[in-house]
Design a protein around this ligand. Structure first.
Ligand SMILES: [Zn+2]
Length: 470
């Protein structure tokens, strides 16, 4: 991607960060510095001011691009292909066994094709940055590739071609369960230890400085990593620390049986959690755990469509919001690649459970708009997940933005100040047709420059991976 860099944008309406999360502002001029970051944001700016800085004039509202805080790119090759129940019972664990079939088959070239298609879809779905929780490292027979980071380079190359920002999170994955000595044979591509992860992070950082790529580290889960290895990783790594936690009640029960503590409780007791820590799913948690995480500065990363698809359960969204916890969203297994669907399901899961409406809103604090409260929280929460100091339409954040099309059916004649309500709760929404990353157009007038070649390469990879599917 090498579209020419924008100097400034002017929009009649923009969702700007503010101390309570975000709010609409009118006639906004946004200036972009040479590194692709917002250098000035002025509300009530005239067209004369806009012309003086060579601003590109937009007709529709402007939103920040979101961080997709949890992705396993290879699982895009599996989306829609696990929707048949072939025995009496089907749950997360039987899904995982089938998912491993793709994990064991996919080649580096196929991973690149799948990830490039996925990342272009993400840009159109409202994400301008993705955090790759990446554990698929080794060759199908479990041998280390000549270059051990072969699979990581594929993800980085796919992100570069798509023009999306990327946080690489190599995953510590050591054992099959709390009391297992090692991984299962069908987990052989994932085997790492703390030293491997630290070396991988060092190489990624050395080769990506000055790009849209950065790194953190990940711990697969408390069941899959030894406590000593987690200590080493936390002490010696940089950037965000992502960990799957309390996704399944089975995992919570095992953790209690082994350690006497619930998984989030164990983290709170054994580590000094802070804003580096990103707790993926955090589905089965108590009020005390939520408050402990919120107080620590750590964050919850919710993946509503994957959690629904896998039958995980729902976390207490209102409790997380009201505790003031940092939050973000992830498309995880990629059964959908659109941020609006994640936000909609985050709220609808709660409505179905509580038989009430607008659960995520907070009239007591004046935040009556459900979509706005959710969108604001996950916008700012994306910063820590992606290892950025700031995120959103605010000076100092990377200049990433989505242009809303006012001719979209859901918005025809709609009050502009309620744009986010319509985008989340009046579907289907059209893909974003104009998307900016680091001050450059990556999707323009509905088109991505590599959309056709990426789609062809993806279709070829899918045919190869699923050649024996009935
Ligand atoms: Zn995951």
């Amino acid at each position: 991607m090498s579209a020419s860099k924008l100097q400034a944008l002017w929009t009649p309406l923009a969702w700007l960060n503010n101390p309570t999360g975000g709010a609409w502002a009118r006639d906004v001029l946004l200036e972009i510095d040479a590194s692709g970051y917002w250098s000035g944001i002025t509300s009530g700016a005239s067209s004369v001011q806009a012309a003086s800085v060579n601003a590109h004039l937009l007709s529709g509202p402007l939103l920040p691009g979101l961080v997709n805080a949890h992705s396993h790119a290879f699982q895009r090759a599996f989306a829609g292909l696990a929707e048949r129940r072939e025995s009496e019972h089907d749950d997360f664990w039987s899904w995982r066994d089938r998912m491993y079939r793709v994990a064991l088959a996919i080649s580096p070239e196929q991973l690149k094709a799948v990830a490039a298609q996925l990342y272009i879809e993400m840009l159109r779905g409202g994400y301008t940055h993705v955090c790759e929780f990446h554990y698929l490292h080794h060759a199908p027979d479990g041998c280390v590739y000549d270059d051990p980071l072969t699979m990581i380079w594929m993800l980085i190359e796919a992100a570069r071609e798509a023009g999306i920002g990327l946080t690489v999170l190599p995953v510590l994955y050591e054992r099959a369960g709390f009391n297992a000595p090692a991984l299962r044979n069908d987990q052989r591509r994932f085997a790492t230890d703390a030293a491997w992860i630290l070396a991988a992070q060092k190489r990624v950082n050395e080769s990506t400085s000055g790009s849209l790529v950065n790194s953190g580290v990940a711990i697969h889960s408390l069941r899959a990593a030894r406590p000593e290895s987690i200590n080493t990783l936390v002490a010696s790594s940089q950037g965000p620390i992502h960990v799957h936690v309390a996704e399944q009640t089975g995992e919570v029960d095992e953790c209690i049986k082994t350690t006497g503590l619930r998984p989030v409780e164990w983290l709170l007791r054994n580590h000094v959690l802070d804003s580096r820590w990103q707790l993926i799913h955090a589905t089965h948690v108590t009020q005390d755990e939520i408050e402990g995480v919120a107080k620590s500065g750590a964050a919850a990363v919710i993946c509503p469509t994957t959690e629904a698809n896998l039958g995980d359960g729902t976390t207490d969204v209102a409790a997380w919001l009201n505790a003031g916890a940092a939050m973000s969203i992830g498309s995880d297994s990629h059964v959908t690649r659109d941020c609006r669907e994640e936000l909609r399901l985050m709220e609808y899961g709660q409505r179905l459970q509580h038989r009430a409406r607008n659960i995520a809103a907070s009239p007591a604090t004046g935040q009556t708009a459900t979509a706005e409260r959710l969108f604001a929280r996950v916008t700012t929460g994306g910063a820590a997940a992606a290892g950025h100091g700031l995120w959103g339409l605010t000076v100092g954040a990377r200049a990433d933005a989505l242009v809303v099309d006012p001719s979209e059916p859901a918005l025809l004649g709609f009050p502009p100040s309620r744009t986010l309500d319509a985008m989340v709760f009046s579907s289907p929404a059209q893909p974003f047709a104009n998307v900016v990353v680091a001050g450059r157009w990556v999707v323009r007038d509905g088109a991505h420059p590599l959309q056709n070649s990426a789609a062809n390469a993806f279709a070829k990879a899918m045919r190869e991976i699923w050649s024996d599917a009935a």
